[in-house]
Structures are given as C-alpha cells and as structure tokens.
Design a protein around this ligand. Structure first.
Ligand SMILES: Cc1ncc(COP(=O)(O)O)c(C=O)c1O
Length: 399
C-alpha cells in the first residue's frame, strides 16, 4: 500500500510540511515587554538587566545571577572567574556542544574529555576520576537533554583527590529541572545557562551564570564589561565618570531588550516545561510499543526539563544504521536531529590528541541516537505525526 511505502522510497510522507526539532515559544506579553523597552530610556545596562538577574536568582534559588550575551560567554566568564589559564585542564564530557570545551580553550587551558554513561548520556563519574591530574582546575558536568548531571557524585570524587577543583555545571539544557528538590543552577559551584531560542527560556541570544559564590559573581560582572570595576548605573548614581580596569574583560553584556524578553519568559516557564514533560510522556508511552527503540534513562533523583527528547535505536533489530533511520524520518518531514557529534570526531579537537577508541561509550551511543521534535507550541497533530513516522520507519526497517 502506498501509505506504508517510506517517503524516502517514493511513498507519501506522514506529513506535508516539515516539523522542526525545536522552536521558541513567544507570548503577546513577551512582545509587549520588549516594545516597552524600545520606548524606554535604556536599551542596555539599564533596569531590565537588573530585573532579569533578580528573576533568575529567585527562579534558580541562588544568591547571585549575572547575565551575559550568550551561553558561550557565560561559560567563558565562569571559567575565567576562577583564574583558568595556560597549563590548566578542564574535564568535560566527550559528548556535549563544543562551547563547553571551547570556553576552556579561550582561557588558554586544555579540555580533557571524560566518557559518558550510555544509559543517561551524562558524564561518567568513574571516568572523571581517571582523568583528574594535578593540572585539573575545573570539572564541568553537562545537564544533557534537560536532566541534571550527578554533581554530588562528581564532588565526592574530586574531594577524595583535590578539594580545590571547581565543579561547574553547563546547565544550558536544564533550566527549570530539579534534582533532589534542588533547582538546576543551584547545585554545582556555579552554573551556566543559554537562552538560545530552542532552550527552556529564550532571549534570542543570551546566557547567565548562577552561583552562591560572591567572588565568582563579582568577577563575571567585571569580565562581561571590559574588566571595568563599576557598572554604568552605579557611576550615574554616584555622579562620577571614573572607573578602573582591573583585569582583561570583554563586551559580553546582555541588552535590556533581551533581558526584558527573559523576564517575561520566566513568567510562563513552568507551564511550558510542563508541556514539554507531557510531550515526553507521550513519546515514552508510544516508544514502549516500538521494538528496538528506547528512551534514555532518567536518574530517580532527577525531574527532567526535556530541552530535547533523545531515542536510542537498537541496531541489532533493524536492517539499517542510524543514519538511514534519520534520513527516512527526515523524508517523512519529521525534523529529527542528533545531539551531538562527539568532540573527538571534530577536526579541530583532533589537535588535542583525542582518539575515538578512548571513549567507547560515547562512540556506542553516538551511533544510535536520534533527537525527536519537542517544543511547547507543538500541536497534538505534530506529536502524533512524529509517533506515526517513527512506527512507520521502524516497521519498514525491522530485521
Ligand atoms: C550544552 C550547551 N552548552 C553551551 C551552549 C552554548 O550556548 P549559546 O548558544 O547560547 O552560546 C549550548 C547551546 O547550544 C549548549 O547546548
């Protein structure tokens, strides 16, 4: 029957229009609040930035939050705040977005890759232990897909070796997630967020660091503003033009336009994350009936925020590999993706001597994963079309 013939083989696709894997969710209130900034006195370094930082620290239950103009800048600021430099090493998971490692390289330090747990795709604490050296300055966990890495375990391991190592979170995926009743952003020594459009909240481009550590907070505030020791509003209040540059810094400031959007997004984030969880629950249920496809494991102490939903293909049960599976789903107009190409596979990172064989779990899982579309404004039709396409492709390629 034509309907069952895969679109990649000339059959009818499950849906006519292409469904993207992730997308921002913007309310009328978001638009109004951005418009209000455009009519106000400050487009940058103004009150909306202060307000967004207050909203973030309240939401993440931390003493401090400092905004920057991307998640990458947030990682750079977080690493720099503890004086990361040449000869230092930063341990990061082998599968993450490149920025987690790149920010270490910006500081002149060397990224060191730890393998991941193939069940959760979170960094493997045992492998971290084997990678700690006298040069290790930072260990960065990544809250892959929206579940928080096991920072308690990472801290236990580093405390048994060197208490001075900083444990940081790349929490770009986990805004709004919980672990043992603690909010994402409040568990590691400091946590960085990204507010890129596909993330839990968006500011277009933007990022932040949350922490309870005043020193880290103050350092990043200067770092994002050329290393200047005071903020523009502060100088205005004190009737002075003078300032001192104490360390090298950057222009990594978030504008008030972006910040106003961020504050507005926070007001609806809980309901949007609940929608994400509901979509994920529907995927969980549907996948139970598809032999050969499973979802990643969630640690019992975690409440996921489902930035993305990743499935694992059991290659023994299908006639094709993941790449063919991916292309077949794309032909059905389902915008699947893969997160991420392991760092050791990239030409640039090969310069650091990384070899695929050193990360067997990352290699194993990378060959089997596919990210399904998931975003708050997806319709029921969108959700059902993904499930239908998954079933169709799995059936056609069943061994
Ligand atoms: C895990 C992770 N870290 C860091 C980043 C960098 O964030 P940004 O794109 O805001 O610079 C991203 C964004 O995709 C990410 O997914």
């Amino acid at each position: 029957m034509k309907i069952n013939k895969l679109a990649i083989d000339g059959g009818l696709p499950v849906r006519k229009n292409f469904l993207q894997y992730g997308k921002q969710s913007i309310t009328e209130n978001d638009i109004k609040r951005v418009q209000n900034v455009l009519r106000s006195d400050f487009l940058t370094s103004g009150p909306k930035v202060t307000k967004f930082e207050q909203d973030l620290s309240e939401f993440c239950e931390t003493k401090y939050a400092v905004t920057l103009n991307s998640g990458t800048a947030a990682l750079h600021g977080m690493y720099s705040s503890v004086g990361l430099s040449v000869d230092d090493e930063v341990i990061v998971p082998a599968i993450t977005f490149a920025a987690t490692a790149n920010a270490a390289i910006y500081c002149g330090a060397k990224p060191v890759l730890a393998d991941i747990d193939p069940e959760t795709m979170l960094v493997d604490s045992g492998d971290i232990e084997s990678k700690i050296t006298s040069k290790t300055k930072i260990i960065t966990g990544v809250d892959y897909a929206g579940q928080i890495a096991d920072y308690d375990e990472i801290k236990k391991i580093k405390n048994s070796i060197d208490k001075n190592i900083n444990v940081f979170a790349d929490a770009a995926h986990s805004f709004g997630a919980f672990q043992s009743n603690r909010k994402s952003g409040s568990i590691a020594d400091a946590s960085s967020f990204s507010f890129h459009p596909v993330k839990g909240i968006t500011t277009g481009e933007g990022g932040a660091v949350t922490t309870d550590n005043q020193m880290i907070y103050k350092k990043i505030k200067q770092f994002r503003n050329h290393g200047i020791n005071t903020e523009f509003q502060e100088r205005n209040r004190n009737n002075t033009w003078e300032y001192d540059i104490q360390e090298i810094g950057y222009n990594y400031r978030l504008s008030d336009i972006h910040a106003a959007l961020g504050s507005s997004q926070i007001t609806s984030v809980d309901s949007k994350i609940n929608i994400r969880r509901n979509i994920a629950k529907n995927y969980d249920i549907a996948i139970r009936d598809i032999n050969g496809i499973t979802s990643l494991k969630t640690l019992t102490k975690n409440i996921h925020s489902y930035h993305i939903y990743v499935v694992k293909i059991d290659l023994n049960q299908f006639k094709v590999d993941r790449n063919q599976f991916f292309l077949a789903l794309r032909s059905e107009n389902i915008g699947v993706n893969v997160h991420y190409v392991p760092l050791y596979e990239h030409t640039f990172f090969k310069n650091f001597g990384f070899i695929q064989g050193d990360y067997p779990n990352s290699k194993y899982i990378y060959d089997r994963i596919i990210t399904l579309p998931l975003w708050p404004d997806m319709s029921e039709y969108d959700l059902n079309s993904v499930i239908e396409a998954l079933k169709k492709v799995a059936k056609a390629y069943k061994r």
